[in-house]
Structures are given as C-alpha cells and as structure tokens.
Design a binder for this molecule. Structure first.
Ligand SMILES: Nc1ncnc2c1ncn2[C@@H]1O[C@H](COP(=O)(O)OP(=O)(O)O)[C@@H](O)[C@H]1O
Ligand SMILES: [Mg+2]
Length: 506
C-alpha cells in the first residue's frame, strides 16, 4: 500500500504544558486508505498530537489541513464534521443501552431513533458494510471489551468518519482480541478509510500498519513504510542514541547470592521438538534480569520448566541453592519461588473461594496459617487483610468471593498471593499482557518492589520496551538460547542484532 493523496496533514504542531514540551514541531500526514502507526515511548506526545487533531487540545502553533484545505478545530465537534473519529481508550458507551442505541445516540440526522427495528437494521447494515462482527441488539454491558471497542468504531463510522484514531487500542485486549481488531482495521482500510493506530508494541504495529511514524520527546524521528522496517530499526528510532540507548544496569548485584541458576537446560515442546536448547542464565538476589525476544523462541517451554509443569530433557535449575530441576510446582512454591504469567486461569484463582482463601492458598501449609496440619482462620484473615492493604486490593471484606472482584483487582490478588511467598525468586512471563495501563504500571511496581526487597526477578517478556524498561541486566532468547547483552551495549545495534540477526532467511 503506497500513500497517495494526503487526507489530513498536521504541520509543525507545538504544544507546551508549563515547562514540558509535549509537542515540539511535529508533522504528521495521513493518506487515504492507509493504516498509519504512530509510535513512541510513553510520554513521546502521541496522545497529545491526536488530541490536537481531534480538537480536544488547542496547539500553541502549527496547522491542520484536511484534503488540502486549512482547518481550525475548536472542539471535537469540528473534527467530527471534518471526518475525524476517535476511539478513546476508555470507552464512552452507555452500558445499559444496546449496541444499536449506542451507535445512533446523539446523531442529529437520526430519523429512526424511535423505530427500534429500523435503527437496528441501519446499524446492522453499517456493521456488515465494514465486515464488523457484532450483535446490534445486545446490551453493551454484556459484551466483552473487544466487542465494545468495535461498537466505538461503529459509532465513528455512523458519523461518517474517514479517519479513525485508535489510541493504544490493544492495551485493553487479549492477544486474540487484538488479532480480531487487526482484521477490523484492515477491513476499514480496504473500504477506503484511514486509520491512525497508536501503540508501543512494535510487533503488532509492524503487522497491522502500512506506514509508521515514530516520535520521540515531541519531535518527529521518521516516517517509514512498515515493509521496510523491523523491530530493531523501529526500536532504534524510538529509543534514540542517548543515555536511554544503553543497556540498563541500574542495580549491580554482582556479589549477591544466586536466586536462580539455570544450567545448560534442554526442554522439548509439546510435539517433542527441542525448544530450549542449552540455555544458561543466572539471576542474583536483588536484580531484575530481562529475557527479551520474539515469541516462539522457547520462552513458553522455559517458563513451563521453571514452573515445574514440564520436565526438562537435560540440564539443571537451582533456586536459592536448592536443586529444583525435577521438583513439583508445590515444592517450588515451598522453596520460595513465585510465578506470574499472563494467563490468569493458569495461575488458578479459585472463583468459589474467598479473597482471603485465595490470598493464602500457597501458604496454607506453613505457619502462621496452619500449625501441625490445622488451619488457623484468624491468622489467615489477618494475613489476608495485611495483603489487601499492602497490595491495594479494593474490597471491603476479604471474606467476599474472589469472583466478585473486578478483573484488575483479581490480578492484584494473584500478584499478592505470588509475591507473599516469593522469598527468593519471582519469575514473571509477560505479566502485563492484556492489562490496562494502570494495572500494568501496578505490576511493574510490584516487580521493582520484589527486587528492592532482595528477591531475584526473572522477567521473560516479548514486549521489548517492557524488557528494556524493567531490567537491570537484559538479554535475548532466540532459538532456545539466551544471550546476554553486555552492560553498556547500545540497545540499538546490540539487542536488535541479538533478536533478529543470524536467522537464516526463509
Ligand atoms: N494535560 C497535560 N498537562 C500537563 N502535561 C501533559 C498533559 N498532557 C500531556 N502532558 C505531558 O506531555 C507529554 C506527552 O504526553 P502524551 O501525549 O500523553 O504522550 P504519549 O501519549 O506518547 O504517552 C508527557 O510528558 C506528558 O506528561
Ligand atoms: Mg498516550
């Protein structure tokens, strides 16, 4: 897909908030029928730029052109009239109304408003026209997040948007829902609409976008065709070559005891094919070691072997000086090893049990929760209340069934449960996948807190920016091996090369 004519063009946009130059002369142009990725680290200015384009923020300077003509947006209403639609990260839907009612709500030219069947038919036609799969008769609050997002897209389309802006739409989605969204966006593009796709996940942006614009600290870095870019080049653009481009080495744990030692580990995948092929690494107490890398390079099998649900073919795993290579998950927990993954079900919150019971479920067999095999309910309640306060779990009563908590708070229960018995080692794999930004920040804080309490933390993450941001030492998993980046190495050349280089071309 090549950019033909420019539909919307922002030129030299600047916006300062006090001393913060959120935007410092950014230019951005959206062609007809393209998915244009807007990438940059947190705080780069992506949202501010889009808010300018949507009339929510008035720029200090700069111009907006729509189809070659100067435009001035004083409010979103002006932008909507110019064909710009925005899907906000926090949806603006009325939960108790149906899909059709939400889509048509507030539309001025809505002759069918009181005729339910015709209104539904109109929205159904619209959805069909753009290949969007949604039952228009359903109440919005009965729909999963991914479907609600499609309703927001439909709302834009009903307002005749030619440009749709989605600000980090996949932050709230599961990987499966993110794939479905990609299909919807491609459908919009093929129907001649333009999409601005904001993300800080490189893989999905490269996958779904035609062109990608990277901004850094309020300035343009570059606009490239996605086909000409890869994760390494985009990372280099996002991170730049400043201080941040050096492999992090915030905590030096060189002399600390080893929380985890993995020695020449070999693990086969479900089909019996070697997936981890001689992997060695060390995590010392009081440091976060990051394992970056593209999905499918043995990370899942490494995780399974560390969790004790898949026996390695060879090699050894030592935790806090104990050989746990063949230990059961329970023995690992008893040894003070904790695990957080992206799959909440895998970690098994027991929905029928109370918040308190879930919180202490891995400590039942130890004092003070039990003594000589007898459970001590008051001690359990006290421990649970302490966890609730420490981990900010929003529930008035820890005796409440855990199933009644919100998703974010259930995640906190898992984290609290795991961290409370992480006396030596915490292993986290994609711990923020599918979480919203606030919950993800919470998880990141929890990892740092575990590190600062002297635990060893192994963070396996397929999100490069997460691995870079969080790790004291970092390396890449590829083809079943782990290669550590030397401290001070430039991420730009080094990590990219480790991740992608050397792979034989198909
Ligand atoms: N309303 C505001 N008041 C003060 N500072 C703001 C405001 N909005 C954004 N900023 C600042 O502007 C910069 C860019 O923010 P933002 O556009 O949200 O970045 P991004 O979306 O790329 O993460 C950040 O430093 C942010 O703190
Ligand atoms: Mg933003």
């Amino acid at each position: 897909m090549t950019a033909t004519s420019s539909l919307v063009r922002l030129s030299g946009v600047a916006k300062a908030y006090g001393a913060t130059r959120a935007l410092d002369g950014v230019s951005f142009d959206i062609a007809e029928g393209e998915i244009h990725g807007l990438l940059g680290e947190n705080g780069a200015g992506k949202t501010t730029l889009m808010n300018v384009m949507y009339g929510l923020v008035s720029p200090d300077s700069g111009t907006i052109e729509v189809s070659g003509r100067a435009a001035a947006f004083r409010a979103p209403y002006d932008a909507i009239r110019a064909g710009i639609g925005m899907v906000h990260q926090h949806f603006m839907l009325v939960p108790t109304m149906t899909v059709a009612e939400n889509v048509l709500l507030g539309l001025r030219e809505n002759p069918f408003w009181r005729r339910r069947d015709r209104a539904q038919g109109r929205v159904r036609d619209l959805a069909r026209e753009f290949g969007i799969d949604v039952d228009v008769t359903r109440r919005v609050d009965t729909l999963p997040v991914g479907v609600q997002q499609r309703v927001e897209v439909l709302k834009c389309l009903a307002r005749r948007a030619t440009v749709l802006v989605l600000d980090e739409p996949t932050a709230v989605l599961t990987p499966q829902e993110a794939d479905e969204l990609a299909t919807v966006l491609r459908g919009l593009r093929d129907a001649g609409r333009s999409v601005v796709f904001i993300s800080h996940k490189l893989g999905e942006a490269l996958d779904v976008c035609d062109r990608i614009t990277v901004i850094r600290r309020g300035r343009n870095v570059s606009t490239v065709a996605a086909a000409d870019a890869d994760e390494a080049t985009i990372t280099a653009m996002m991170v730049g070559e400043g201080v941040a481009a050096v492999a992090p080495h915030r905590v030096n744990a060189d002399g600390h005891p080893r929380a985890l030692t993995v020695e020449d580990l070999h693990v086969a995948d479900a089909r019996g094919i070697p997936a981890v092929r001689g992997l060695s690494l060390t995590v010392r107490a009081g440091e976060i070691v990051g394992v970056a890398g593209v999905d499918g390079n043995g990370q899942a099998e490494l995780m399974d072997a560390l969790a004790g649900v898949r026996m390695p073919a060879a090699g050894a795993v030592w935790v806090d000086g104990k050989d746990l290579t063949r230990a059961s998950p329970r023995e690992r927990a008893d040894a003070g090893m904790a695990i957080i993954t992206d799959d909440r079900r895998l970690k098994g919150l027991a929905p029928g049990l109370s918040v308190a019971e879930n919180l202490v479920s891995k400590r039942f067999r130890r004092e003070p929760a039990s003594r000589r095999g007898w459970l001590k309910p008051r001690a359990i309640a006290a421990a649970a209340q302490a966890d609730r306060d420490e981990y900010d779990i929003r529930t008035a009563d820890v005796a409440m069934p855990v199933s009644e908590l919100s998703g974010g708070n259930q995640q906190k229960v898992v984290i609290a449960r795991e961290l409370s018995h992480a006396r030596s080692l915490l292993v986290a794999m994609n711990p923020t996948r599918g979480l919203d930004v606030a919950a993800a920040a919470y998880v990141h804080q929890a990892l740092v807190r575990a590190r600062d309490k002297g635990r060893g933390v192994l963070l396996i993450s397929t999100e490069l920016d997460e691995a870079i941001k969080m790790s004291d030492r970092i390396g890449v998993m590829r083809d079943g091996f782990f290669r550590e980046a030397p401290p001070g190495m430039r991420i730009r050349e080094g990590l990219g090369r480790l991740m992608l280089g050397g792979r034989s071309t198909p």
